[in-house]
Design a protein around this ligand. Structure first.
Ligand SMILES: *[C@@H]1O[C@H](CO)[C@@H](O)[C@H](O)[C@H]1NC(C)=O
Ligand SMILES: *[C@@H]1O[C@H](CO)[C@@H](O)[C@H](O)[C@H]1NC(C)=O
Ligand SMILES: *[C@@H]1O[C@H](CO)[C@@H](O)[C@H](O)[C@H]1NC(C)=O
Ligand SMILES: *[C@@H]1O[C@H](CO)[C@@H](O)[C@H](O)[C@H]1NC(C)=O
Ligand SMILES: *[C@@H]1O[C@H](CO)[C@@H](O)[C@H](O)[C@H]1NC(C)=O
Ligand SMILES: *[C@@H]1O[C@H](CO)[C@@H](O)[C@H](O)[C@H]1NC(C)=O
Length: 460
């Protein structure tokens, strides 16, 4: 009896020491996630509104970050100020001292390799449903380009060659596309092979998002384990530093725990929200004009003054640090102008590529009209699969509104008020809205006071 009791106690003890038998059971997970959260909640910045030496652009895939990179950041920072391109953790080289700009799809865990107290973080967020649609369509767009090849073997050869090309970073190397594109590519080829075997007549239906003879239907895509691994709640995981691409060894355990036990998601969300609070800037893909104006005014202006201070033009009229100082003579107004033309160029070339690529999977074509026919059930499913991102996005919207007010105050304070009104990029709807709100508030106060007075008269 005594021995049996001892054995039981020993087993209990062993189970505590070696929890691996069921590494993702709830209790183990709760401890893991809570520990991770409390160690991640420390505050990094005292004054989050001041640009520090290094700007880290945490690029969440499919938020429009490419336009920020090419049309803002590349116009401000010369290539020599850019940290080694690091769209994959294997490429990140933190040894380049004095680099000023890091733009990558890496998650927040890369901060552990950066000088934390000297780093400002900026990011863009997008409404989760839009982001998921865009990830689906972009994976297909890139994969469909390989359909020029007669078979998967031949396509795989080309993609391997593209990966090895020196000096060029191909989409196929960049997380998460390095998983999503080959997956879609294989799928497109197998559907094409199946069509060949079956032969005509073909009946495709008219719903591009559910055309299983040609492409993986959207509902299949969103419910697939790969999408669960790298798309859903992707923004939250990236800001928390918990993506499938994380640098931290413990991140993978935490992520699996949160995916297995959804109630633990709140700890991750808390960390992600806190990190957004501490960022220098947050843009919203949905509010692109306002976001761009805010970027130029809150970040661009600081980059310009920082670089011109640290990079004085010598008497000889040339620069000590960089040969091609993009920021020379740059102003916020010029930056906005440059951004405007750059964005429209980039968009038109992107849309050409997209149309050309989708020709290969015709009649599937992912247009705005086609999207209107996606069922409510699928949209609901995407929302529920992205519950953390939905909450994070709401939080980002609040921060955005607050930052926008900060910008307005700064611009009112600035000695050049004309700058604000003269720019057509900035929509005036916000100001008008505030004015209307303010006037109606005054009106209601007036009504209320009047009514009260009448009431008190009646009482007397
Ligand atoms: C795939 O295509 C290449 C190039 O046309 C051809 O040489 C090869 O035999 C094909 N492979 C298969 C398995 O059909
Ligand atoms: C496809 O056709 C059906 C019936 O003809 C129609 O109700 C539906 O709206 C169409 N869907 C699309 C995406 O055009
Ligand atoms: C990340 O996700 C992809 C797709 O599901 C998977 O192939 C890969 O092994 C994952 N990587 C890690 C480190 O979990
Ligand atoms: C920059 O200035 C240095 C001297 O300060 C001079 O030797 C050099 O030729 C100048 N370079 C250019 C491009 O003007
Ligand atoms: C910058 O402005 C100065 C004076 O306004 C001008 O002489 C110089 O050419 C400008 N440089 C560039 C690169 O535009
Ligand atoms: C797909 O839709 C776009 C409009 O969004 C159109 O320009 C393009 O021609 C269409 N492609 C095909 C193959 O029908």
């Amino acid at each position: 009896m005594d021995n049996a009791l001892r054995l039981v106690m020993l087993l209990v003890l062993l189970a505590k020491v070696y929890p691996s038998s069921n590494a993702h059971d709830f209790e183990h997970c709760a401890t893991t996630v809570k520990q991770w959260a409390s160690s991640s909640l420390h505050s990094d910045s005292k004054d989050g509104h001041i640009l520090k030496d290094l700007l880290f652009f945490l690029h969440v895939p499919r938020t429009g970050g490419r336009t920020y990179f090419y049309c803002f950041l590349k116009k401000l920072y010369s290539s020599s100020l850019e940290c080694p391109r690091s769209y994959d953790k294997l490429h990140f080289d933190p040894r380049k001292r004095n680099c000023r700009l890091l733009a990558t799809h890496d998650d927040y865990s890369i901060m552990s390799k950066l000088p934390r107290e000297k780093t400002s973080v900026v990011t863009l967020l997008r409404s989760p449903i839009e982001r998921v649609f865009s990830a689906y369509e972009f994976s297909l767009e890139v994969a469909a380009r390989f359909l020029v090849h007669p078979n998967m073997t031949s396509a795989a050869k080309t993609s391997a060659r593209l990966r090895l090309k020196k000096g060029v970073i191909s989409t196929l190397e960049i997380w998460p596309w390095k998983y999503l594109v080959p997956w879609m590519m294989e799928d497109l080829f197998s559907r094409r092979d199946a069509r060949k075997i079956k032969g005509p007549p073909y009946t495709y239906g008219n719903d591009s998002y559910n055309m299983k003879e040609i492409v993986m239907p959207l509902h299949e895509f969103i419910n697939h384990p790969v999408a669960l691994d790298i798309i859903h709640n992707g923004a939250t995981f990236q800001v928390a530093g918990l993506t499938n691409n994380s640098n931290k060894w413990d991140a993978h355990d935490v992520r699996h725990c949160v995916m297995t036990h959804q109630t633990l998601g709140k700890y991750v969300l808390e960390v992600a929200k806190k990190r957004l609070d501490d960022m220098l800037y947050i843009g919203l893909t949905e509010e692109h004009k306002e976001s761009a104006a805010m970027f130029a005014n809150l970040v661009g202006s600081q980059v310009i003054s920082q670089l011109s201070a640290s990079n004085p033009v010598t008497e000889a009229g040339n620069n000590t640090l960089t040969a091609e100082a993009q920021s020379e003579n740059m102003t916020v107004e010029k930056l906005m102008e440059t951004y405007g033309t750059c964005v429209s160029k980039l968009r038109s070339s992107q849309s050409k590529r997209r149309i050309n690529s989708f020709k290969r999977i015709s009649p599937a074509n992912f247009t705005k009209e086609a999207r209107l026919h996606v069922s409510e059930a699928i949209l609901k499913k995407i929302t529920s699969l992205n519950a953390l991102d939905v909450e994070l996005y709401k939080h980002a919207q609040k921060i955005f509104a607050r930052q926008y007010q900060v910008m307005e105050l700064k611009l009112l304070d600035s000695d050049r008020p004309g700058r604000w009104q003269s720019k057509s990029y900035i929509s005036f709807t916000w100001e008008i809205l505030y004015l209307i709100l303010f006037i109606s508030l005054l009106f209601f106060i007036y009504l209320y006071v009047n009514a009260k007075r009448r009431m008190s008269k009646l009482k007397i």
